[in-house]
Design a protein around this ligand. Structure first.
Ligand code: A5P
Length: 236
């Protein structure tokens, strides 16, 4: 298949997964709105449903998503008013078969994404098949959000864990700054079967704000495949 055709297919598979997740949203729900190219389709679909009369409040995981949702007329709220979220829909960079552990944050929104996910009752992840892996860190680095002050020392300590950290740069050639005002170190560890020990090690590095390992958080994965959207549940 020609690369362009292949890319088009991937877009429609992401869209199908996103729309199937948006169909799960019901009237009256507080909904976590994810960030990234797949989550964007889910927010679009919710925008259409809101125009058709669906009553929800969205809690966005980034300034980007907040702008998109506002444009679409989706009412937004925050944790000043709501302490739980009924359902969140977000993408992922890797999903581990079996455990449903995730890497998130290549889009730079991992901190807010994790806060939203942690308050969520049903966390639906939408991906195409290319995101499914047997080992965490098979294709992607683990994004680690760090404070700017002394980031070089934080990087050094992460490197001692085998992270090979690379400071993420923005399109302007300057360090990428997250919505929380932090830097991101992309950490390409060797592929691992058990991610929990590494998550604990990263948690203890001074200067780390949060990392992109989302362990045990996903309730279900909706995978866009050429045969239709496949749903993988946590217990499966
Ligand atoms: C944003 O910070 C990320 O966690 C995204 O949700 C993740 O990178 C998936 O993005 P895509 O749907 O664009 O692949």
């Amino acid at each position: 298949m020609a690369p362009k055709e292949n890319a088009m297919d991937q877009v429609s598979l992401k869209k199908a997964a996103a729309e199937s997740a948006a169909d799960q949203v019901q009237d009256g729900m507080i909904v976590g709105l994810g960030t990234g190219s797949t989550a964007k389709f889910a927010v679009d679909a919710l925008g259409h449903r809101v125009k058709a009369g669906l009553k929800i409040v969205g809690i966005p995981t980034s300034e980007r998503t907040a702008a998109q949702a506002t444009e679409l007329g989706i009412p937004l709220g925050g944790f000043d008013k709501y302490s739980h979220i009924d359902l969140s829909i977000d993408g992922a960079d890797e999903v581990q078969h079996g455990t449903l552990h995730l890497i998130k944050g290549l889009g730079g929104a991992l901190l807010r994404e994790k806060i939203v996910a942690s308050a969520t009752r049903r966390f639906i992840i939408i991906v195409d098949e290319s995101k499914l892996v047997d080992k965490i860190c098979s294709h992607c680095p683990i994004p680690v959000e760090v404070v700017g002050f002394g980031w070089q020392l934080t990087a050094k300590h992460l490197n001692e864990l085998g992270a090979n950290p690379v400071l993420r740069m923005g399109a302007d050639g300057k360090p990428f700054i997250s919505d929380g005002g932090h830097y991101i170190l992309d950490c390409k560890f060797d592929p691992m079967v058990a991610a929990l020990p590494m998550a604990r090690e990263i948690d203890h590095v001074l200067g780390v704000v949060e990392h992109g390992l989302f362990l045990g958080m996903a309730s279900e994965i909706r995978v866009g495949t050429p045969e239709g959207v496949k749903v993988i549940n946590k217990s499966a």
